[in-house]
Design a protein around this ligand. Structure first.
Ligand code: NAG
Ligand code: NAG
Length: 876
């Protein structure tokens, strides 16, 4: 790989955490607020004491917010004290820079819709029956929406019979009863101007609030005009906590304040984006989140939209232990523009960057691009176009993500003179494409691709006819996990995501000023669906179980699904326990716990596991135990050093033996069952196949709800999983000239920090690591300390897996530039200094293997750079 003069994104996005007290977050200077810190006090310290401590140490500060449950404050420091220094002051437990979170990207489909079929999602989840038969609407339950606000005047938020909705501060009988605008319209993270009106000007909050509780169930009393969709809990009471301006980001100082107000307002559930800007588990939002759950609130958060990066990505959503990580399933129906070919109309999804209906002349006929072996090409290599004339035509390629993403595919086709490109997606649902501006690009379903190929073989002159308006399609990924939904597991091999809600192709409310309705996709859409389901459950049971108990009930009763066209079940690393089924959750008389079984890897394999089955019904029940294996995902096929964007599905299954096959449990009693697992026989341990499945207890009583828990494991020794992507030639040492460009160096090139360019290490991680560091050794191989990087600051701590490609198609990597600063320890409060001793040094980049104890170098993957680095004590 050629990296000479690669333009270096000095501020690449990744972040480090360590166990200490100051938690720097040097992702990007634009991602933190200068001189803004969140301080958590020691447990027995109050606001006055902590602030006196700061004052008596000559810290000049202004309080931005104070937090009572969290026990801390957000401050702006005017005296130049740094986070490390604040962390050392008496009474201070943790210090973080204030971090900005962005509004999750909307994957908006261009089309307007008032077709009720688009809201068919409730038939997938039993919510239609819960509405009709049980008349549950979330009435009396309060849900806080921490987002861009709510367009509360929208008729979707009107009480039955009313024409428009309202906000209690300005009206009577309003569904949006609580709320506050913490920031004002113009806020982008820096300078909040709070006011009392949380009306939404962005759109995101209105859409998610609509999913959660818009519309009405009963058409007779429904708001006027009748709404084209019904939310999950259409009579829930809202709290609208607005933390975003019309555009841009929000600081976590404001998010914490919103969470505390939601708690004080008595919200039963809050739904929010905990992930977004952080790879930390130890971040203020997760800490407060777990405290609020312990106080009885429920918290749901999204699993992320990194599905196209392949396995091992979900942990980047960085959730607390008790919260629910929510994956997404596609709605059964979707409203799409279409292309007709050989008599059949196929829905297509235009790329995000083109974002238009495709309209090409009749002369633009289809040209499938083939590899030498006759299979449809992925279009990733521009040379593939050399042998085929595609000028003015529409090329058809396959959307496998192993070698490239849509941006690169688009550029290759365009450069070859094509008029447009259709991408046949893999059988994981209709994929969203980033694409290229100005170049018509659409994704089509897997089956559509096969049908079009067959029609082309019959007659290559067949015309492509592009629709003039969108219509409704039963889509092939309907009722299956969404292509975009992130895969687990997390860095500790925990089974995440937890379960799923509908999040692909969801019709809901949008601000009236922006058209009133929109169909959007994302795990941002599935998590409010689940928040609404919490409200239905709380109303049904007239009680409020703790958030983690609710998670267990929803997981136990979820619907286990298959990918499109597959006879086997989709991996639990993708769907978690499956798609939420609210009817089953409300009617089940059984529970199983724990709600996930983490078998870990072959070395730490949990061969025997105990589960408890509780009969929560009024009669003795007999249960039959069974096992449903799921698809195995090969994370590192062909001994790759980086996971594939599209994991290879393998028919390798674990086996489970039950201590008893049938068990009779009296009402109210619990039975313990011992499970003995065996790893799959098939599947190459050196490729770390990620296997999973479900353990099911089925009651004998007819119509009783079967309950299950997912298990996940990795065949192979996790300590052998490649961490650095050596296939791409990384890590690599280059020379940085201070001008955002990097140059190759010969193996004997000598760096002199007083006179030459600076050393820069490029890394790309194909696996999480509990501890990353860049270590400095002197010429006698003595350990000196840890390099502090000039562009990123603290360079030790845990790191998540890196994404595959950037949006523009380039390979994703990070650069760490060293200018001679170092710390002796990994204590984040140690202030970095220059290596003062004249001499010659070497750098070693090290990453600890997952689940290892962290003995150096035994438990690490290390790469040493032989280039001598001269330090004269007089840095450049
Ligand atoms: C719910 O949470 C998701 C992500 O966790 C977020 O994107 C969405 O905006 C939230 N919705 C509401 C209604 O707060
Ligand atoms: C490093 O650069 C400084 C400043 O140019 C120079 O004085 C010193 O001799 C150089 N050291 C080596 C070993 O090249």
């Amino acid at each position: 790989m050629k990296l000479t003069a690669t333009i270096l994104s000095v501020v690449a996005a990744a972040s480090l955490v360590s166990a200490g007290t100051f938690h720097p977050h040097k992702i990007n200077p634009h991602d933190t607020i200068s001189n803004g810190y969140i301080i958590q006090y020691d447990d027995n310290v109050n606001h006055a004491q902590a602030q006196n401590s700061l004052k008596s140490h000559k810290v000049d500060f202004k309080v931005r917010n104070q937090y009572n449950v969290f026990n801390g404050a957000a401050v702006t420091v005017k005296s130049g004290h740094k986070g490390e220094e604040l962390a050392k002051l008496p009474g201070v437990k943790n210090v973080w820079p204030i971090t900005l979170y962005s509004i999750p990207k909307l994957q908006k489909s261009n089309m307007k819709s008032n077709d009720p079929a688009a809201a068919s999602l409730h038939t997938m989840t039993g919510v239609d029956i819960v509405h009709k038969k049980y008349k549950l609407t979330g009435k009396g339950v309060k849900v806080g929406v921490i987002d861009t606000g709510i367009d509360y005047k929208h008729p979707s938020f009107a009480v039955p019979g009313a024409k428009e909705g309202c906000f209690a501060r300005y009206g009577k009988n309003c569904r949006v009863k609580y709320g506050w605008d913490f920031v004002g319209d113009d806020y982008t993270g820096e300078d909040p101007k709070p006011d009392s009106d949380p009306r939404d000007c962005g759109g995101h909050g209105t859409h998610v609030a609509g999913i959660l509780g818009g519309g009405a169930v009963d058409s007779k009393t429904s708001p006027k005009p009748p709404q084209p969709f019904v939310g999950v809990a259409p009579e829930v009471t809202f709290g609208a906590y607005r933390i975003f301006g019309c555009k841009g980001s929000a600081g976590d100082d404001v998010i914490l304040a919103a969470m505390e107000l939601a708690f004080n307002d008595g919200m039963d559930v809050i739904n929010m984006s905990l992930g977004g800007g952080s790879a930390y588990k130890n971040n203020p939002i997760s800490i407060l989140g777990d405290k609020l759950i312990a106080h009885g609130m429920a918290l749901v958060a999204s699993a992320g939209n990194a599905g196209s990066d392949g396995a091992w990505m979900v942990s980047d959503a960085g959730l607390g232990d008790l919260a629910s990580s929510i994956a997404s399933f596609d709605n059964i129906y979707g409203i799409y523009d279409s292309v007709s070919y050989g008599g059949a109309a196929h829905p297509y999804s235009p790329s995000e960057n083109y974002n238009n209906r495709i309209d090409l002349p009749a002369s633009a006929t289809l040209v499938p691009i083939f590899e030498k072996d006759g299979s449809l090409s992925d279009g990733c290599d521009p040379n593939i176009y050399k042998s085929t004339d595609v000028k003015g035509k529409v090329v058809l390629v396959f959307g496998d993500l192993t070698r490239c993403k849509s941006g690169a595919r688009g550029v290759n086709a365009k450069d070859a003179g094509a008029a447009g490109i259709l991408v046949q997606t893999t059988p994981f649902g209709l994929a969203g494409l980033a694409g290229n501006p100005g170049f018509p690009m659409g994704s089509i379903e897997n089956k559509a691709g096969n049908d079009m190929l067959a029609a082309w073989k019959k007659d290559p002159k067949t015309r492509l006819v592009w629709s003039k308006k969108p219509s409704n399609f039963l889509i092939e990924g309907g009722g299956a996990p969404s292509d975009f939904s992130s895969f687990g597991l997390d860095g500790d091999l925990r089974s995440k995501p937890d379960f799923a809600g509908p999040g692909g192709n969801i019709l809901s409310a949008f601000p009236l000023a922006k058209g009133g309705y929109a169909i959007l996709s994302g795990t941002s859409m599935s998590s409010p669906y689940v928040a609404g389901a919490h409200a239905l459950y709380i109303q049904a049971k007239k009680s409020k179980p703790r958030g983690d108990k609710l998670r267990q009930i929803f997981k136990n009763t979820a619907t286990i699904a298959s990918n499109f066209g597959s006879k086997t079940k989709a991996s639990a690393a993708k769907q978690g326990a499956g798609l939420i089924n609210v009817l089953s959750a409300i009617t089940t008389k059984t529970s199983i716990f724990p709600d996930h079984i983490d078998l870990l890897d072959s070395t730490h394999f949990k061969k025997t596991v105990k589960i408890s089955i509780k009969n929560e019904g009024k009669h003795t029940e007999t249960y039959t135990l069974s096992h449903i294996p799921a698809d195995t995902l090969n994370s590192y096929p062909n001994k790759n050093t980086f996971p594939l964007g599209t994991p290879v599905i393998e028919a390798a299954y674990a086996t489970v033996k039950f201590s008893v096959d049938k068990v009779k449990i009296p009402a109210g009693k619990t039975a313990k069952i011992t499970l003995t697992f065996k790893e799959p026989k098939k599947g190459d341990a050196s490729e770390f196949p990620l296997y999973s499945g479900y353990v099911v207890a089925t009651p004998k009583t007819k119509g009783g709800v079967a309950v299950h828990v997912p298990y996940t494991g990795v065949k192979g020794d996790i300590a052998k999983v490649p961490i650095f992507d050596t296939d791409s030639g990384l890590p690599l040492l280059l020379a940085y000239d201070g001008d955002d460009s990097l140059e190759d160096v010969t193996p004997d090139y000598q760096f002199n920090l007083s006179s030459t360019k600076l050393p820069a290490i490029l890394t790309r991680l194909g696996s999480h690591t509990p501890e990353f560091s860049i270590r400095i050794f002197d010429d006698k191989k003595n350990f000196v300390g840890y390099a502090h990087s000039a562009n990123r600051g603290q360079s030790f701590g845990w790191l998540g897996r890196d994404p595959t490609y950037n949006d523009d198609g380039s390979l994703y990597f990070n650069a760490w530039i060293w200018d001679g600063m170092y710390t002796k320890t990994m204590d984040p409060s140690e202030t970095p200094v220059l290596v003062s001793k004249h001499g010659v040094y070497n750098l070693v980049v090290a990453a600890q293997h997952k689940l290892s104890k962290g003995a150096y170098p035994k438990d690490f993957e290390t790469h040493e750079f032989s280039n001598p680095i001269v330090i004269t004590g007089q840095q450049k």
